[in-house]
Design a protein around this ligand. Structure first.
Ligand SMILES: CC(C)(COP(=O)(O)OP(=O)(O)OC[C@H]1O[C@@H](n2cnc3c(N)ncnc32)[C@H](O)[C@@H]1OP(=O)(O)O)[C@@H](O)C(=O)NCCC(=O)NCCS
Length: 102
């Protein structure tokens, strides 16, 4: 088992260009980002950074290898990877994410 965490200062991700968005978010996440806005991007970015920390070998992966959606209760999950447990929290200027990899 391993853990990872990350904190994002939301202004750092504000007004990032399309290229950046496409490197961070899967096509499905990009659609949801357009609906939900900056906090959504910050949540995905923090969660994916936390996943990278929890992985043994970060070099083998990139952000598009992980798609993070929310179930009907709002709980974030990583599509196709039931071994990854995610928690995200937003405050005005910051977003944090914790990940446990089983
Ligand atoms: C779900 C809940 C915990 C979210 O807490 P919050 O302080 O409003 O918001 P946070 O910024 O901390 O958390 C938001 C993130 O929590 C996650 N989340 C949402 N619903 C969730 C749930 N049911 N379980 C776990 N995580 C959840 C999501 O990842 C969301 O971020 P995202 O939309 O970017 O993916 C809260 O709305 C809730 O239902 N609390 C229940 C207790 C309660 O009602 N207390 C009020 C007493 S006055």
């Amino acid at each position: 088992m391993s853990i990872g965490c990350d904190i994002v200062y939301s202004k750092r991700l504000k007004n990032r260009n399309k290229r950046f968005i496409e490197l961070v978010l899967t096509p499905k996440e990009q659609v949801l980002y357009k609906e939900k806005g900056l906090s959504y991007l910050c949540g995905r970015f923090a969660a994916k950074e936390a996943i990278m920390k929890a992985l043994d070998n970060t070099k083998s992966y990139n952000f598009l290898d992980f798609e993070i959606l929310n179930d009907i209760n709002g709980v974030p999950y990583c599509v196709g990877r039931n071994n990854i447990k995610i928690s995200i929290s937003h405050e005005k200027d910051y977003t944090v994410a914790f990940v446990i990899m089983i």
